[in-house]
Design a protein around this ligand. Sequence first.
Ligand SMILES: [Zn+2]
Length: 289
Amino acid sequence: MRDLFLHTSAHWGRYSEYVWRTAPDGNCYLLPAEKAKPSVYDPMKDPNTLVFDAIEIGMMQFQKEPEAKLKQAILAFAGKYGLLGIMTALPTTAEFITYEKVYLPKNPFLRKETMETQEYLRLFFPFIRPDFHKKGVESVWQTGDKYEIAFAMTFQADPQAKAMSFMRNYGERYDWLCKLFKDWAFHVLTTKFYLEDRNREDPDVLSLYQRGISAFEGIAPTYHIELRGKPTLVWDFHSLLLDIRFLLSVMLTDEQNPLKLCKKCHKPFIAPNPAEEYCSEACKDATKK
Ligand SMILES: [Zn+2]
């Protein structure tokens, strides 16, 4: 990883187990399991594995894997990394709770440009609403069990919505999760096709790839300066979603060690040099035979 991201405040929460549940609105949601234990970790400790795991779930959709298998893979991902934090990542600011309304830039899920905060929260608390009250820009929120309080304490310097996304009743929609994972894999595939075809004379195809990759936008992480012995640039990721998206962008544009898909097993890997096509000696040997 480039030195630029040496300092981040990217800590994220997860529960030991998640479950799929169908809500009264008919949508399937991923939520923490009833007895699951919480923990906090640093997603930047092993960014490569995190991004690879996310891409593989997206690739499963291109390979038309059955829904049961896909759901199992997303469950395993959540048990390892937690939910994506979509609630915090979608609005124009992670501090949306402190505004009168929620403001939404263009996104694949919600067409409205503004939403009432309570209405927006309902999209992520499909079974039991959080004990949250709002009047103008002021809001009051009651935490529930000891784990929720622990998360609120851990992330008290962060936007309030971040701690709220570790509440037991916070869930993320199956179709939204699928779409995000699929988009990430799409960008890896588009980059791969572009690099393979860029020397061929077919401007229409190339421009198709270029348009595909330019659709990869969204809210950027923020940053601030901290005095840690010296002035230090610290990046703020208030959701795992932004974390993955940003890491993926950095990895795809790395000229020395780009993220690639292995020519043999199709798994993502970080190339030791820009020309490397296989993830391992085993894959290279298997091709020779
Ligand atoms: Zn391989």
